[in-house]
Design a binder for this molecule. Structure first.
Ligand code: HEM
Length: 323
């Protein structure tokens, strides 16, 4: 009887591991040994040409994973009968780096046809981008397969808008299996990259019915932002999200929040709750701790809703579902 119970327990443990994640570090070791190297090489080449692409690729992985899981749906092009995720306001015109994925995919298809999924390429490229901008590198469990559906409408309910407050952000991240602490950790990605003026101009010009400018925004910073983003200006204008070090994975994002220089409401709101405020202050002082936590949270994000085994497909062209 005792032996039987031990056996059942062992089976349950291995089953739960199996359900938890079927991804594996080194997944392409035998099937396409140079896969990770080639992707890193493409990220490096792109970064040399345009350093902002690293930020684009980190955000791409986030936007892929939060909508239908990390299955490459963010890469699919719209068709006459379907508006895809990439053409929703959350992604168009802001999401960038698609060509980096295309270039890596082309080389991988030439070398090991039909083996490396687009979803994995995005996950590896995000890791390489974190690393190249000064964050900690981390092992990426792989073996994701590509989805066959991409709907613009699904971005609205799954991606947080920059107007969200801390409770709304916490709820949205909880829906994806994250703690509030992990939400604060992941928000630190805004230490690199840029934003279109349109994503925060309400904080400068039309905050609410009583004041035009968000009173929680440092007035000197607001003046600077108004110069960069004049009212009613070209919607293509962009600013750095972390002006002191726009291409560095450091904790200056958190230092900015402490100084009331968070760019979005969703950044500055982290100071309005005692637990998140505490974490913001800790992260501002401890780059090592934040970088470590960030790497772990990225690995966790990369496991959301993945397709493995025989589910989905390995897309030939990341922009088009296989015929
Ligand atoms: C917490 C909720 C979040 C909100 C509300 C949010 C919102 C935004 C917005 C509005 C932009 C600017 C888009 C533009 O106008 O060009 C942006 C940029 C960015 N976001 Fe987030 N984001 C969030 C979380 C995250 C997470 C979890 C990551 C990654 C782990 C991330 C990575 C980035 C990066 C790297 C950029 C810069 C992209 C570039 O330079 O191309 N964000 N985010």
């Amino acid at each position: 009887m005792k032996k039987l119970l031990v056996c059942i327990a062992l089976v349950l443990v291995s089953l739960s591991r199996c359900v938890e994640s079927q991804l594996q570090v080194g997944f392409y070791k035998d099937s396409c040994g140079l896969a990770e190297f080639i992707i890193k090489d493409e990220v490096r080449k792109a970064f040399v040409k345009d350093r902002g692409l690293a930020a684009g690729l980190v955000r791409m992985h986030f936007h892929d994973c939060f909508v239908r899981g990390c299955e490459g749906s963010v890469l699919i092009d719209s068709t006459p009968s379907n508006t895809a995720e990439k053409d929703s306001p959350a992604n168009n015109p802001s999401l960038r780096g698609f060509e980096v994925i295309d270039n890596a995919k082309a080389r991988l298809e030439a070398m090991c046809k039909g083996v490396v999924s687009c979803a994995d390429i995005v996950a590896f490229a995000a890791r390489d981008s974190v690393e190249i901008t000064g964050g900690f590198g981390y092992d990426v469990p792989a073996g994701r397969r590509d989805g066959r559906v991409s709907l613009a409408s699904e971005t609205q309910t799954n991606l947080p808008p920059p107007s969200f407050n801390v409770d709304q952000l916490t709820q949205m991240f909880t829906n994806k299996g994250f703690t509030q602490e992990e939400m604060v950790t992941l928000s630190g990605a805004h230490t690199i990259g840029r934003s279109h003026c349109t994503s925060f101009s309400n904080r400068l010009y039309s905050f609410n019915t009583t004041v035009n400018q968000d009173p929680s925004l440092d007035p000197t910073y607001a003046t600077m932002l108004k110069q960069q983003c004049p009212q009613g200006s070209n919607p293509n204008l962009v600013v750095s999200m972390d002006p002191p070090s726009p291409n560095m994975m450091d904790t200056s994002y958190y230092q900015g929040i402490v100084a009331n220089r968070g760019l979005f409401t969703s950044d500055q709101t982290l100071l309005t709750n005692s637990a998140t405020a505490n974490q913001v202050t800790q992260n501002a002082r401890n780059p090592f701790i934040w970088k470590n936590n960030f790497a772990a949270a990225m690995v966790k994000m990369g496991k959301i809703g993945v397709l493995t085994g025989s589910a989905g497909e390995i897309r030939v062209n990341c922009r088009v579902i296989n015929g």
